[in-house]
Design a protein around this ligand. Structure first.
Ligand code: PSU
Ligand code: MN
Length: 326
């Protein structure tokens, strides 16, 4: 536990920092071993488990995603906070606990000091996962969708911390873009301002809209295969820019069939969220649940399909990267 007296001794700060990391930041042996051997590692977030999907789909998806990463030849490192410890790489029991417990927090960058100081547990969002994964030495992180600028965000300033994290933490985030509930145009503008290199994976220049492959906005760049993506990431790392890179992987067409129906459900859910006065960190989980209800679970199936696809592509990129950077 952190005691008041320890915190007061400022001269010990540097020593404390090292000690603190040792005590409150735990990398799973399978992950540290892979990193030490320069083998590919793929970080995974856990808000998707604690707040993004209902049980038992959250558990089966998280387990399956880890299996996909392994099948592609990389080591999965799911990040979470458990009893105040930041974990990079989880056991099956820990994943099970995260999937079933009802009292877990949604942990972004700003929440880390609080959950650690109180010894609490929670799922890490893209921003908190980026921090932990980068600190562990991981260069590729796979998720479903990232947060963005909310509609009317220019007035409410509801802009996901994921976007500012991409401007300050050098790790590649592989995602299916951002949901059309967000202001995708402003999200891309914000990322440009923050110096984040955004590339769509595949032949299309369209920036994907999570449930659908096309958002009507274009990415700055394209990468066509794992090797090209890995070169882009390696260049960002070698330049030492300290920015993240966003690789946007469109949902495969066959799983986007329900796209239009999902689109309408998203609009309905957004309206309901605003009528109910739901704000801040509760907006995204509320909309995900509502959209799943309105589409009789079709959005959940699309969500699972796109995450599996991202895990495959992200792992292939991590494998290509580990061959390029030695
Ligand atoms: N988008 C999804 N599913 C999710 C999230 C986003 O389709 O589970 C989660 C991610 O963890 C992301 C976070 O980092 O929501 C963004 O939350 P906010 O918009 O409050 O920043
Ligand atoms: Mn927000």
């Amino acid at each position: 536990m952190i005691t008041d007296s320890k915190l007061c001794d400022r001269n010990l700060f540097t020593k404390m920092h090292t000690m603190f990391l040792y005590l409150f930041f735990k990398v799973h042996p399978s992950v540290s071993q892979s990193l030490a051997e320069n083998k590919p590692v793929v970080a995974l977030e856990s808000t998707i488990v604690t707040h993004g999907m209902p049980y038992p789909h959250n558990l089966s998806t998280a387990t399956e995603v880890e299996a996909i990463v392994r099948a592609e030849g990389a080591t999965p490192a799911t990040v979470a906070v458990i009893d105040g410890e930041i974990r990079v790489g989880l056991s099956a029991d820990e994943l099970n606990y995260l999937a079933q417990s009802k009292s877990l927090l949604k942990v972004s960058r700003r929440d880390l000091p609080y959950v650690v100081s109180k010894g609490l547990s929670g799922g890490t969002t893209v921003s908190a996962t980026m921090i932990a994964a980068h600190r562990a030495g991981i260069s590729v992180f796979v998720t479903g969708g990232i947060g963005g600028v909310h509609r009317d965000g220019q007035n409410s300033l509801d802009i996901s911390a994921d976007l500012t994290e991409l401007s300050r933490t050098p790790i590649a985030v592989v995602s299916a873009g951002v949901k059309s509930i967000l202001d995708i145009g402003r999200t891309l503008e914000f990322l440009e301002t923050q110096g984040v290199c955004v590339a769509t994976y595949g032949p299309s220049e369209d920036f994907p809209a999570f449930f659908t492959p096309h958002s009507g906005f274009t990415s700055a760049y394209n990468v066509h295969n794992p090797s090209e993506a890995a070169k882009l990431i390696a260049s960002a790392l070698l330049l030492g820019l300290q920015n993240g890179v966003l690789i946007a992987v469109p949902i495969p067409e066959e799983h986007a069939a329900a796209g239009q129906q999902i689109e309408e459900a998203i609009q309905a859910a957004a309206t309901e969220a605003s009528l109910k006065g739901i704000t801040g960190k509760d907006v995204t989980p509320f909309i995900l649940q509502k959209v799943s209800d309105l589409t009789q679970g079709k959005s959940l199936q699309s969500n699972i399909a796109l995450i599996r696809n991202n895990a495959k592509v992200g792992s292939q990129i991590a494998c290509a990267l580990s061959k390029q950077v030695r």
